[in-house]
Design a binder for this molecule. Structure first.
Ligand SMILES: [Zn+2]
Length: 307
C-alpha cells in the first residue's frame, strides 16, 4: 500500500516537472529515475508467519514476490504445516523465519527443500535461542535488526537491486516514525508504571516502554509453556488486580480460554483498564506500523486513565 502510494506520488511529481521544466531535461530525467520499479527480475521470498510479511514486502518493494505460509487466521504456536506449505519453500531465494522455536517447522522445511536460500532467522539475528520469548516482532530493537538482515539477504540474492533495496530500507525506516514517536511518548510519560498480562506476547514492548511486569511469575511461566497455571497463581493474579498493583491488564485478544476471560472479568469489575493486543496482525490493519501504533495508542489511553 505504502509503496503504491509513493510510486503514484513520484509519477505525479515527474509529470509536473516534465510539464513545467521544459528545456531542463536533466532535472526531469533525474526524477523519472527515482520511480521505484525494480531494476532487475524480482526474486522469490517466502515468509513463514504473517508478523514479518508486511515488513518484508515493504523492504523488497517491486523486487520480490513475497509468499506468506501462515496467515493471521491461524495460531502459529500450534501450527502443523501441510505438504503444500512445505513445498512453498522450494526454489525460494530468500526465506524469513521467526525462529526461537516459534516456527521450527519452517526451518525444517527449508532444510528438506533441497534449496539453499538466504535464510533470515530473526531469533539468530537478535541472539536469542529456543526457550527465550519468541515474540520478536514486539521488540522494537529486534524489528530493526531483522529488517536490516532482510535487506542484506535480499541484496545478497539480488545484487543488481542493491541501491533500490537500500532506498526501500530508508523509506521503511521513515514509515516507522509514528511507531517510534508513540514508543518515545509512552516511555517518557509512563516509565515505571505497572502491567499484568495474560500472556508474554507483549512483554518485550512493555520492557521497551519502561513498564514494570507484575504478573505472578508462576502464571507467566505456565502461560509461556502453554500449561495450566496453579490455583495459587490464579488467585495471586486476581488479588493484584483487586488491590491496584497493576495499572493495566494486557490481554491477548486472539487467545480463547476460561482463565484469561475470568481475569479480564476481574479487571473489568475492579476498574483496571484492559488493553487488547494480538499475536498476529489485527484484522483490518493494513501494515505492521498501523497495527502496532493502534495498540500503543490504546495502551497510552489506558495508562492516562489511571493517572
Ligand atoms: Zn504467542
Amino acid at each position: 500500500m505504502y509503496t503504491v502510494t509513493r510510486t503514484a506520488l513520484v509519477v505525479v511529481v515527474a509529470m509536473f516537472l516534465a510539464a513545467t521544466a521544459c528545456g531542463n531535461d536533466e532535472s526531469a530525467s533525474t526524477t523519472v529515475a527515482e520511480i521505484p520499479t525494480c531494476p532487475t527480475d524480482p526474486i522469490r521470498v517466502v515468509v513463514s508467519v504473517e508478523q514479518w510479511s508486511d515488513i518484508t514486502e515493504q523492504l523488497a518493494g517491486a523486487c520480490a514476490e513475497v509468499t506468506t505460509v501462515v496467515g493471521s487466521s491461524v495460531d502459529p504456536h500450534d501450527y502443523e504445516p501441510t505438504p503444500v506449505d512445505v513445498a512453498a519453500f522450494t526454489d525460494a531465494d530468500v526465506v524469513v523465519v521467526n525462529g526461537c522455536g516459534y516456527d521450527s517447522w519452517a526451518e525444517q522445511a527449508v532444510e528438506t527443500s533441497g534449496g539453499s536460500p538466504a535464510l533470515v532467522n530473526g531469533c539468530d539475528v537478535v541472539g536469542r535461542s529456543d526457550g527465550d520469548n519468541p515474540h520478536l516482532w514486539y521488540a522494537p530493537d529486534a524489528v530493526s535488526s531483522v529488517a536490516d538482515a532482510v535487506t542484506a539477504a535480499l541484496q545478497q540474492r539480488s545484487p543488481a537491486a542493491s541501491a533500490y533495496l537500500t532506498e526501500r530500507r530508508s523509506d521503511w525506516e521513515a514509515s516507522m516514525q509514528p511507531y517510534r514517536d508513540e514508543i518515545a511518548s509512552i516511555s517518557s510519560a509512563y516509565t515505571g508504571r505497572t502491567y499484568a498480562a495474560t500472556e508474554s506476547v507483549f512483554d518485550d514492548m512493555a520492557t521497551a516502554l519502561g513498564l514494570r511486569n507484575v504478573t505472578p511469575e508462576g502464571f507467566a511461566r505456565a502461560a509461556a509453556n502453554e500449561t495450566d497455571p496453579s490455583p495459587a497463581d490464579i488467585s495471586a493474579f486476581n488479588g493484584l488486580l483487586g488491590d491496584g498493583q497493576a495499572d493495566v491488564l494486557v490481554f491477548n485478544a486472539q487467545t480463547e480460554g476460561a482463565i484469561p476471560e475470568q481475569l479480564r472479568a476481574t479487571a473489568d469489575g475492579e476498574g483496571v483498564p484492559v488493553v487488547e493486543v494480538t499475536e498476529t496482525p489485527a484484522v483490518g490493519t493494513t501494515s505492521f506500523v498501523d497495527w502496532q501504533v493502534a495498540q500503543l495508542r490504546s495502551l497510552a489511553a489506558a495508562l492516562a486513565s489511571r493517572s
